[in-house]
Design a binder for this molecule. Structure first.
Ligand SMILES: [Zn+2]
Ligand SMILES: [Zn+2]
Length: 226
């Protein structure tokens, strides 16, 4: 098997027990060299709400969310946003290499096996992005691991998030609305909303608000990177 990112061979150094239990191993799509360039976030004194590393308790950003918008954040993320993750998303989203959706399959699978939710949904692409790209990047990233429900609709924004500075991102108006299926979810169900990257948290906060408006309060959010 070749690394989806750099094309080098992987699985060259399987341990003997792995060779004899190949069917039980989650497929691995990333080589050790590429893996060494991603920095895990877990266990780094993360903010208990947004998973920001080296925060100690609740970080200032989350206190602002609570004070200003009365929203209690609950977010998990796997990797720090660094040069490798930047290049990964550039190839995956901007250049449309849809196969890269599987690069972190093992990591997402492992996280999902440790966290249970009744309903799992995702941040959908807006209609113009979907048309332009031909695939929905967040859906593709998680669809092999989770049974994804499409519950949100995203309207086309004035300009893409990636082209906005921090202030512009924070000031982006609500672009989500609820699909009718959302009303059929029992109010006590736990919800997980998936996204690719957490930057200011604004996108996931808006998504969370859609669920809160339906009296669904048990909401956790997750992103591959933050
Ligand atoms: Zn590689
Ligand atoms: Zn925080």
């Amino acid at each position: 098997m070749k690394c989806l990112f750099c094309g080098s061979d992987i699985n060259k150094n399987l341990k003997i027990n792995e060779i004899f239990s190949l069917n039980k191993i989650n497929p691995n799509y990333i080589c050790n060299l590429c893996r060494s360039q991603v920095i895990p976030l877990a266990g780094r004194n993360n903010c208990s709400r947004c998973f920001k590393p080296n925060s100690g308790r609740i970080c200032d950003d989350c206190l602002i969310w609570e004070e200003k918008y009365h929203i209690i954040n609950c977010h998990h993320a796997l990797f720090e946003y660094n040069q490798f993750i930047h290049s990964y998303f550039k190839l995956y989203k901007r250049y449309g290499d849809v196969l890269l959706a599987r690069l972190f399959y093992q990591d997402i699978m492992q996280w999902s096996s440790l966290h249970h939710f009744d309903v799992v949904t995702y941040i959908p692409a807006s209609p113009s992005h979907l048309l332009e790209r031909g695939f929905d990047p967040v859906y593709e990233l998680y669809s092999e691991v989770f049974d994804l429900k499409k519950l949100l609709i995203k309207a086309d924004a004035d300009k893409p998030q990636a082209q906005k500075n921090r202030l512009e991102r924070l000031q982006t108006p609500q672009t989500f609305s609820a699909r009718p299926e959302i009303r059929t979810i029992p109010k006590d169900k736990s919800i997980l909303i998936l996204d690719d990257i957490y930057t200011t948290g604004r996108t996931l906060m808006y998504a969370r608000e859609i669920f809160l408006a339906q009296n669904l309060h048990n909401v956790t959010t997750f992103s591959l990177s933050r």
